[in-house]
Ligand binder design. Structure first.
Ligand SMILES: C[S@@+](CC[C@H](N)C(=O)[O-])C[C@H]1O[C@@H](n2cnc3c(N)ncnc32)[C@H](O)[C@@H]1O
Length: 257
């Protein structure tokens, strides 16, 4: 399965291009090609609620809110993050223009765990916590949300020495749902969007297919999308077995933390 089975990027190319011109750069951000993929997902699935974990300076939040504003469907956006270097103040200022957006300071795993059950069709973007700290967040999401449209997980590229995020996403979700990646098959088509990022801040040593000056297999960072609305991946696995399976993964990781 790839992105062509989900949306047609050309449909959103012009509106995204115009929006991209308005976005202020900040560091530790996903690539613009990843944000274009996310834009297409938000425009296609039209969530009524979007939850982001890992606010930092609100770069990704800005794009998600931009796409939600285009949907114009009375939806709400919540982004949760820690306040490093006053980033929460920066993000709040950046998102002021979106009345449907809320920036929450704190640990998303605790925030979601305290929510009452949510029935609105909801989409997610996880840009922190990473690696072994992610499955407890996955578990909290499964527990509280009845109608999950998709879950995007940043930094899920395949690196030379393996990606911990990619491994955790696959371990937790692959037995149940298809996972599609915003990877080079998509990113090389829209490479020009990332040109303005080359040479900036922590991306200084990045250019397509290079990382820390070393040639690599992947284009750059990638986002994994768990497609929770698509048919059950392995119908021969009895569904009731998946709950203890997920519980086991989380428990094993908790012991390891
Ligand atoms: C790569 S940055 C996010 C960048 C941001 N999405 C952007 O585009 O500007 C990752 C962030 O996730 C935050 N984070 C890590 N664990 C978290 C958790 N459990 N809850 C909320 N935020 C978390 C980190 O503090 C960090 O600010």
């Amino acid at each position: 399965m790839n992105f062509k089975d989900i949306f047609s990027p050309e449909e959103y190319l012009e509106e995204f291009g115009e929006f991209l011109e308005t976005v202020e750069y900040s560091d530790r951000n996903p690539l613009n090609t990843e944000m274009f993929f996310m834009w297409c997902m938000v425009r296609t699935f039209k969530p009524r609620l979007f939850i982001e974990s890992g606010t930092f300076r609100g770069y990704s939040a800005n794009f998600i809110c931009g796409a939600m504003a285009c949907n114009d469907n009375e939806s709400a956006f919540v982004t949760i993050g820690f306040d490093e270097d006053s980033c929460i103040t920066f993000a709040r200022r950046r998102l002021e223009k979106y009345p449907f957006a809320t920036v929450v300071e704190g640990d998303s795993r605790i925030y979601i765990d305290k929510l009452t059950r949510e029935e609105r069709p909801t989409a997610f973007f996880i840009d922190g916590p990473k690696g072994k700290n992610m499955p407890p967040l996955f578990a909290a999401i499964r527990k509280k949300f009845d109608d999950i449209l998709f879950i995007g997980v940043h930094d899920s590229e395949k690196r030379k020495y393996g990606s911990v995020n990619r491994k955790r996403v696959k371990q937790f979700y692959a037995p149940e749902f298809p996972i599609v990646f915003c990877d080079k098959t998509f990113q090389v088509c829209y490479q020009d969007m990332d040109e303005r990022l080359i040479g900036k801040s922590e991306l200084r040593s990045w250019k397509p297919f290079y990382f820390n000056g070393e040639k690599q297999e992947c284009y750059g960072t990638e986002t994994a999308y768990v497609l929770t609305k698509y048919p059950y991946k392995h119908p021969w696995i009895p569904r009731p077995l998946l709950r203890p399976y997920r519980w086991l993964i989380c428990s094993a990781l908790r012991l390891w933390l």
